[in-house]
Design a protein around this ligand. Structure first.
Ligand code: CMP
Length: 155
């Protein structure tokens, strides 16, 4: 099953949205396999957002992500990356679909509450930047057989 990395960004933490966000992924049937608080540093941000390094908002993004710790999570499930991004909503929160996290709680394109990996390669990279191998847990979930069909559960 696929793993994806989610961050509750500093604005989400300040606004008390950690529980709400976890609740939404739990209700969906995703499995939590890692969770911790992390203080983002220049070096993590330079790696994490390397593709935004030349954008004019890069310093704003850096200041924002270093404002407070973030809550970092790893969620697992069948096609988890796409499933999580649907629940998260598009970058510009004020245009995000109602019912998504950004659509329900945000107005900004920068202070947009939450991050979610956008591809298997970025999920792997992001996981490696902030999690150690012993912080990711492989365990049986009794609900897997309810959430998935027999054919899907082994994937
Ligand atoms: P996300 O799409 O998760 O990853 C890149 C982040 O950069 C994005 O969320 C926003 O938090 C931030 N970002 C994108 N565009 C802007 C912008 N124009 N100004 C400031 N921050 C931005």
């Amino acid at each position: 099953m696929e793993k994806t990395v989610v961050l509750v960004k500093p604005d989400g933490l300040q606004r008390g949205l950690v529980g709400e966000i976890i609740h939404r992924f739990e209700r969906k049937g995703l499995k939590l396999v890692g969770i911790k608080m992390v203080r983002f540093t220049d070096s993590i941000i330079d790696n994490w957002y390397a593709h935004h390094k030349d954008k004019d908002f890069f310093q704003t993004l850096k200041d924002f992500m270093e404002w407070t710790p973030v809550v970092a999570m790893v969620w697992q499930g069948l096609d988890a990356i796409a499933a999580v991004r649907k629940i998260v909503g598009i970058t510009k929160a004020r245009e995000a679909e109602a019912g998504s996290i950004r659509g329900d709680f945000g107005m900004s394109g920068s202070n947009n509450i939450i991050h979610a990996s956008d591809a298997p390669e970025s999920a792997e990279k992001e996981l490696g930047l902030i999690f150690n191998a012993d912080e990711i847990f492989d365990y049986d979930s009794v609900t897997d057989l309810l959430i998935y069909s027999k054919e899907e559960v082994g994937k």
